[in-house]
Design a protein around this ligand. Structure first.
Ligand SMILES: Cc1cc2ncn([C@H]3O[C@H](COP(=O)(O)O)[C@@H](O)[C@H]3O)c2cc1C
Ligand SMILES: O=C(O)c1cccnc1
Length: 347
């Protein structure tokens, strides 16, 4: 338990920051004209500790788990969709499978706690903590031990994988409820502001979801610390993502955060170790209401806003080429000096 949460040092490096900024400003373009791409260059350069960063062997990891709370009608789809979508990921037919192929991302599906026995095969890691969490409207979703097991598994899985970039994805019917609960608890926000339609609840079902989640929060009023909140309200896939994020941050990998649920894992990790956020790139703003609030809470400016609300890592995969562009521009774009282009007239 002692070593469960690693110390993540801040990346602050004034010399490298200044060198990166000089390199970006010296390129043949009006000052600042590449907008958010410039902040992305700075961020990736700092994470990878280089003025000429190269992204290597990006790992898209989709963590899957079932939720006992799904029995309470908080999702528009049945829990069986979790394992069925895992099969779909592995067969190459899901949105994230297509996008991972398009962008050359290595896709690994992790069974963090799906209520189904999968046949082993390439691309699937079976790291099941249990066959779904307990129903958090009745008891904590997981025990403290299960939560620690999931975090430790996430850390070790990440540590075994190559590359210097992690793209987060998840699958778990009911997991927008866990994400909303974690946001409400850790930020002290009213649950109705944190709760959205997930897979597509209608107005009446959304109201019931809000009531159910309000009652869950009350039942676990004592779970205020990040790890307690994670155990009481979270899911195995979320806890495993927390571990993966901590390990990736420790190893100075670029962490590409997907939508509402992946962001909830980052929120927990950042509460434990704030410097995690320096390693994160937020891929997109999900349509799931609550994600806007979550991003504000994290001080994050996402790259894309495409009206997507799917999860799976689909937003992270869509944003990936922007990270590649940022690195290419840093490495290959000419400077005023090297190209012999006249600089801005001095005022
Ligand atoms: C076919 C299908 C594919 C999905 N892929 C991701 N999710 C997404 O929906 C779920 C969360 O929404 P809720 O909390 O409302 O259950 C997660 O599994 C998430 O990744 C899917 C959902 C469905 C139905
Ligand atoms: O933003 C997400 O990640 C999301 C939103 C709705 C359903 N599933 C995932």
């Amino acid at each position: 338990m002692q070593n469960l949460i690693p110390q993540i040092p801040s990346l602050q490096d004034l010399t490298l920051t200044a060198a990166l900024q000089r390199s970006i400003d010296g390129k043949t373009k009006p000052l600042g004209s590449l907008g958010q791409l410039e902040s992305l260059m700075l961020r990736i350069g700092l994470i990878l500790g280089s003025e000429t960063p190269v992204l290597r062997e990006p790992q898209l990891m989709v963590f899957a788990g079932d939720h006992g709370l799904a029995r309470r009608g908080v999702s528009a789809y049945p829990s069986d969709v979790t394992w069925q979508m895992v099969e779909n990921f592995l067969a190459g037919g899901a949105a994230v499978s297509v996008l991972a192929r398009q962008h050359g991302l290595s896709l690994t599906v992790v069974d963090a706690g799906v209520a189904h026995d999968f046949a082993p095969r390439p691309g699937l890691v079976i790291a099941k903590v249990a066959a779904g969490t307990a129903d958090s409207s009745e008891q904590p979703a997981m025990t403290a031990d299960q939560c620690a097991t999931a975090i430790a598994a996430g850390k070790s899985l990440l540590a075994q994988r190559p590359g210097n970039a992690l793209l987060l994805g998840e699958m778990g019917i009911g997991n927008t409820s866990s994400a909303a609960l974690l946001l409400a608890r850790l930020q002290n926000f009213p649950i109705e502001r944190c709760t959205g339609r997930g897979t597509g609840l209608d107005d009446a079902a959304l109201q019931r979801k809000i009531e159910t989640l309000g009652a869950v929060l009350q039942r676990h009023a004592e779970a205020t610390e990040p790890l307690q909140a994670l155990a009481a309200l979270g899911g195995f896939e979320i806890a495993m993502m927390v571990g993966a994020v901590l390990q990736a941050a420790l190893e100075r990998r670029v962490i590409v955060v997907d939508g509402f649920i992946a962001s909830a894992a980052v929120l927990v990790a950042a509460r434990l170790q704030p410097a995690v956020l320096e390693r994160c790139v937020f891929a997109h703003r999900s349509m799931e209401s609550g994600h806007r609030l979550m991003l504000e809470a994290l001080g994050a400016e996402p790259l894309l806003d495409l009206g997507m609300r799917l999860g799976e890592g689909s937003g992270a995969a869509m944003a990936w080429p922007l990270l590649e562009s940022a690195c290419l521009v840093l490495r290959e774009m000419a400077s005023f000096e090297s190209a012999g282009v006249s600089q801005q007239d001095q005022a």
